[in-house]
Design a protein around this ligand. Structure first.
Ligand SMILES: Cc1ncc(COP(=O)(O)O)c(C=O)c1O
Length: 452
């Protein structure tokens, strides 16, 4: 084990206080360290390695591309790989959403989506529009623009003077607010807050609304209540506000559809994707946008934006092979089947552990939230850092999960369980066995009830 804080041999500075082993190799849903210990990738890294590790088809596609070229600057060459990937992405998107701009990560995708929206507004004579409304809590990336629309205080607070203050509306946390997520009145309730915020800001100043179709790190797999997505779409249209779906975590098949938002009949105007599309093989991201929107921008001149490594043929060849594998192995359907099994097994844990207050999610983007009291939904004392303790108990048992604070960055604890889309029922057993042992040990450590 290498203690990241005190490893005199390392020049890297790490972001975890926990000693971590050195990675040796990875295959399928497993990773091995240099001592031969095996870990189950219960969170696909950071919800990235959606198709599993070391997929031979993707590796072969990458090697084939490497033998031809690894880089061709996008202003100097068209590449077959980037053209083919763009075509494949569009084939999965809504009709009319047929233009693609490549980037190398999620934050870059969000920045690009916001800047494309802005340049569109300028192009069509609506330069007064610049505010991007987002939700609280939310996570949209770590660069200053993406952080401006992020609602996660622990990450934004140190940088507040450097951020543009963007308006926030409450995320539709129906469970927390004691509302019925299946009741369309609940969706209407949260959507009305967006409507009110747009009006309060002055509709002519509002450029876009950005949301994660199913929430990721900040809300712990928050599924929108009935009617919410449709109502949000209608409100944005009514006020001339562009709707951006941040699909960095929810895209790529986990929710049973290539783009998570396709679970609702409410298409966005712009989509930001990354993680699952590079699937851990390459840094890759993209923005998809309505064709008429891009045409309006390009009619006035070039899109004033771009990243050096964006659209490089190696990343695009890998991305294309990833989509081919998702299609060939029927991984989106498997996500729904295995996700339902996982959700049932997680929900059953509530009978044993009173500390689990809620189990939520869709497909293979699942989470459970810890509470001090199930009725009041009071969180555990923040100083307990329950999210971190439980994660370490799992890690010690060879299970990797993804923890975060649920209540905006400083309080609340949830754990995301999001294994690769190739996970089998037997592997769900393996995950649950280790997770159950980890929660039991965590309860002993913290003096919490265990009815096991
Ligand atoms: C919804 C969402 N948007 C954007 C990002 C930022 O992506 P990246 O870390 O690749 O910059 C993330 C990362 O977790 C995310 O979950």
């Amino acid at each position: 084990m290498t203690d990241p804080r005190h490893n005199a041999r390392s020049h890297l500075f790490y972001q975890t206080d926990h000693p971590r082993p050195t990675l040796d190799r990875a295959e399928g849903i497993y990773l091995w360290d240099m001592s031969g210990n095996r870990y189950i990738d219960g969170s696909s890294g950071a919800m990235v390695c959606n198709i599993g590790h070391s997929n031979p088809h993707v590796l072969a596609a990458m090697k084939a591309q490497m033998d031809r070229s690894t880089f061709g600057y996008r202003l100097h060459f068209v590449t077959e790989a980037s053209e083919a990937l763009a075509t494949r992405l569009v084939s999965h998107a809504w009709p009319g959403m047929d233009r693609v701009f490549f980037v190398s990560g999620g934050s870059e995708a969000v920045e690009t989506a916001m800047k494309l929206a802005r340049q569109y507004a300028v192009a069509v004579g609506q330069a007064s529009r610049w505010k991007v409304i987002s939700r609280w809590p939310s996570y949209h990336g770590c660069t200053l623009g993406a952080l401006s629309v992020t609602g996660y205080d622990a990450l934004t607070d140190p940088f507040l003077p450097m951020l543009v203050a963007m308006p926030k509306v409450p995320a539709p946390r129906a469970w927390l607010d004691g509302l019925d997520p299946a009741d369309p009145a609940t969706g209407a309730h949260y959507a009305a807050m967006l409507d009110a915020e747009i009006i309060a800001q002055g509709p002519q100043s509002v450029l876009a609304f950005i949301l994660e179709p199913v929430g990721g790190a900040s809300t712990g797999a928050l599924v929108p209540p009935a009617g919410y997505m449709e109502a949000v779409r209608a409100i944005c249209t009514r006020h001339g506000v562009l709707l951006i779906h941040d699909e960095v975590m929810s895209g790529g098949g986990r929710l049973g559809t290539m783009f998570g938002g396709q679970n609702w009949p409410a298409p966005p105007d712009i989509i930001a994707v990354s993680k699952g599309f590079g699937a851990g093989y390459v840094p890759l991201g993209a923005v998809l946008a309505r064709g008429d929107l891009v045409d309006a921008v390009l009619a006035e001149g070039p899109f004033a934006h771009g990243f050096t490594y964006a659209g490089n043929p190696l990343a695009c060849a890998a991305g294309l092979a990833v989509i081919e594998e998702i299609e060939r192995q029927g991984m989106m359907a498997n996500s729904l089947t295995i996700g339902a099994l996982l959700k049932a097994r997680l929900t059953a844990l509530m009978d044993r552990f009173a500390v689990i207050g809620d189990v939520r999610g869709m497909g293979l983007l699942m989470a459970f939230e810890l509470v001090a009291d199930r009725v009041t939904k009071e969180p555990l004392p923040p100083a307990l850092a329950a999210y971190d303790r439980l994660t370490e108990q799992a890690y010690a048992r060879g299970l990797i999960v993804y923890p975060r604070r649920s209540r905006g960055g400083y309080a609340g604890d949830h754990i995301l369980i999001a294994p690769p889309m190739i996970t089998t029922p037997a592997q769900v057993d393996e995950i649950m066995e280790r997770l159950t042992a980890a929660i039991a040990a965590f309860c002993v450590e913290c003096g919490l009830e265990d009815h096991g």
